[in-house]
Design a protein around this ligand. Structure first.
Ligand code: UDP
Ligand code: MG
Length: 344
């Protein structure tokens, strides 16, 4: 039984895999981030038990306690001591849902990872629906809370607008990025690095490395126990993350194309305005010293030069990022007749 306890060394990279579940390698790893959900835990365990029996695949459950301050960990530890299918990873403090997902992924041994919330808003009985799509060949199956049981104004409306925008920008069209109930083929997760609150964008990030994505409608229930950990303020963070995902996805190997285009555009406008003012001065003898346009022309040229310079700096950072880690700028699915390791 490999429990992470207070005294264990901090986790770095991939952790030693546990050998529970009677030596059978699970096909499914259910990963659940959990923060102060003591009231949900008994019901969650009951629902998981029934769902695992119902789906009939060898399954492990990895619950990541994200620094809970209530009795959650004590309950989870007691559970894991009784039932080797459960692995508990305990954080030293609250690192957030994204970090909890990342820790769960590092621990997962299954061929498929299913993520869900601990608050029972998702229904683990829907797992076979997701698995059916995985078996059809998709790499990622996203749950779609078609009949979402949350307030309209501060939950469903912002989420609807955000989903449209994210779908358009990332070109991965999903109705419900925010649904935690999702299934991932483990191999595509290896190429996805998570930072900040990017767990909401995993389908988009994975699609950037070639994963195929689909969605299925799933059940959704109102939160019965505990309270939501997020407010409306997440909307602005989601928008900033979207800019980040878009930029890194489309331009991480060619940042000069973004900064340079904006910079050259700005410079061109500034130069045109400057030429116009110069012509007024030379041919019409007009006084241009007090023209607001002069200020704008100078500003546009200066900003333009700065943007191009920023693009060049970003190009250098890109090279450091890829070359220092020997990171390829592509992802290979497979090579047929690979002779590159043959002795010459
Ligand atoms: N959660 C977490 N760390 C956090 C915030 C939330 O592990 O810092 C967990 C929480 O316990 C729940 C899931 O992430 O299992 C989703 O959180 P919540 O239900 O509050 O979000 P909502 O459903 O309201 O969007
Ligand atoms: Mg919830």
């Amino acid at each position: 039984m490999a429990l992470i306890t207070e005294n264990d060394a901090p986790m770095v990279g991939h952790v030693q895999k546990p050998t529970a579940t009677q030596g059978v390698r699970p096909r499914i790893s259910i990963v659940i981030p959990l923060y102060n959900e003591e009231d949900s835990i008994p019901h969650l365990v009951e629902a998981l038990d029934a769902a695992i029996a119902n789906c009939g695949e060898p399954t492990e459950v990895i619950i990541v306690d994200d620094g809970s301050r209530d009795r959650s960990f004590a309950l989870l530890k007691e559970l894991a001591e009784r039932d080797p299918r459960f692995t508990i990873v305990r954080f030293r403090r609250n690192f957030g849902q994204t970090a909890a997902f990342a820790a769960g992924f590092a621990q997962a041994r299954g061929e498929v990872v299913i993520t869900m919330d601990a608050d029972l808003q998702n229904d683990p009985m829907d797992i076979p629906l997701l698995m059916a799509k995985i078996d059809e060949g998709y790499d990622i199956v996203s749950g779609w809370r078609k009949n979402r049981q949350d307030r309209w104004l501060d939950r469903k409306l912002p989420s609807m607008l955000a989903n449209r925008l994210i779908s358009n920008v990332t070109d991965v069209r999903l109705h419900d990025y925010g649904c935690s109930l999702k299934a991932y083929r483990t191999e595509v997760l290896q190429h996805v690095r998570l930072y900040g609150e990017l767990h909401r964008f995993i389908p988009a990030l994975a699609s950037q490395v070639g994963a195929t994505v689909t969605e299925v409608p799933v059940n959704h229930r109102a939160r019965k126990y505990g309270s939501s950990k997020y407010g409306i303020s997440r909307t602005i963070r989601v928008m900033l993350d979207l800019i980040n995902v878009w930029f890194l996805g489309a331009y991480s190997t060619r940042p000069i194309h973004v900064f340079g285009t904006l910079g050259l555009g700005s410079m061109a406008l500034g130069i045109l305005a400057g030429l116009y003012l110069t012509a007024l001065k030379i041919f019409l003898g007009a006084s241009i010293g007090n023209r607001p346009l002069l200020l704008l022309a100078v500003l546009l040229v200066v900003i333009g030069v700065q943007l191009v310079t920023m693009g060049l700096l970003a190009e250098m950072i890109t090279r450091t990022y890829y070359e220092s880690q020997n990171k390829p700028i592509y992802v290979v699915r497979e090579i047929v007749n690979n002779h590159s390791d043959d002795a010459l």
